[in-house]
Design a protein around this ligand. Structure first.
Ligand SMILES: C[S@@+](CC[C@H](N)C(=O)[O-])C[C@H]1O[C@@H](n2cnc3c(N)ncnc32)[C@H](O)[C@@H]1O
Length: 278
């Protein structure tokens, strides 16, 4: 089972909130209001970040179903108080890679954050079919897109801070992203545009927007976790180049210790509305 520790989810939540595309969220809220939607199903909820972001933006009267397969997250979700504007929250333990998508029947909105890059194209196609059958909207935020850049401050400007092994490491990391995360071969960085295409083919209107992280010195713990995660993924994929990856990680740790850095990590938000919901 692919697991995501609660402390990692807490570390990334502020960067996620800042990065989300506000216009897309506003467009979703307008469609929700126009159609009098109330029922939303959040797939792969973790500790509930998507609920915390969306609930205050959507009109009152919301009824949320939060779904995860990790018993630690489900236990925590089941103890969440309903935020203002939310009439009901329920937590459901389900493996979405198996038969979990029946949970979308009767939903007005299917949503997830930081999930789509984990899934396979076949699973995604099944998700789109389920949404189309339910006639529900879809909002999938913060799908990793494979673009990472380092910058350093030089005078009043930010300049690119390339390392000779960045390309080597990103290639390995992005291939690692395509490994099986429990749903079959993962789409990784390709997931958001493929999802947009599949929804379009199913008769939806779609919008894709950038929601990249910008991590700076104030979030050094997050940056350090990223470096460790990338180094571990690259070394797992390229054990023959473990020393090269370790040397890259040491240089990047040193860059973090110098304190003047900016790392941008590309993500995409996707909104898909049924033909009659725009
Ligand atoms: C990257 S985390 C994102 C969590 C949360 N949406 C957020 O934005 O913080 C992915 C979540 O998907 C859940 N997940 C992964 N595979 C799953 C599966 N097969 N069935 C249900 N949940 C799954 C994980 O347990 C984790 O909570």
């Amino acid at each position: 089972m692919e697991t995501f520790e609660a402390d990692w989810l807490a570390l990334r939540e502020p960067a996620d909130r800042r990065a989300r595309d506000g216009e897309l969220a506003a467009r979703l809220c307008a469609a929700w209001r126009r159609h009098g939607w109330t029922r939303v199903v959040d797939l792969g909820s973790g500790t509930g970040a998507n609920l915390r972001y969306l609930a205050p933006r959507l009109p009152p009267g919301q009824r949320w179903t939060l779904v995860d397969h990790d018993p630690r997250h489900v236990n925590r979700l089941s103890r969440l108080d309903a935020p203002p504007g939310v009439d009901a929250v329920s937590a459901v333990s389900r493996d979405l890679s198996a038969d979990g998508l029946a949970i979308l029947d009767g939903a007005d909105l299917a949503t997830a954050s930081a999930l789509l890059d984990l899934v396979s194209e076949a699973w995604l196609a099944g998700l789109v079919r389920r949404c189309a059958n339910a006639g529900c909207g879809a909002y999938f935020a913060l799908t990793y897109d494979g673009e990472v850049r380092w910058m350093t401050e030089s005078g009043a400007e930010w300049r690119s801070d390339g390392d000779p092994d960045d390309g080597f490491v990103w290639t390995a990391v992005n291939r690692h992203q395509q490994g099986d995360k429990g749903f079959g071969p993962a789409l990784g960085p390709a997931a958001a545009p493929i999802a947009a295409h599949l929804f379009h083919e199913a008769g939806y209107r779609t919008w894709l927007a950038g929601s990249g992280w910008r991590v700076e010195a104030g979030e050094r713990r997050l940056a350090a976790r990223l470096v460790e995660g990338w180094a571990a993924a690259a070394a797992e994929l390229r054990p023959d180049a473990a020393d090269r990856v370790a040397a890259w990680a040491a240089r990047r740790r040193a860059a973090l210790a110098r304190g003047s850095f900016r790392v941008t990590v590309g993500h995409r938000d996707l909104l898909a509305l049924p033909g009659d919901a725009e």
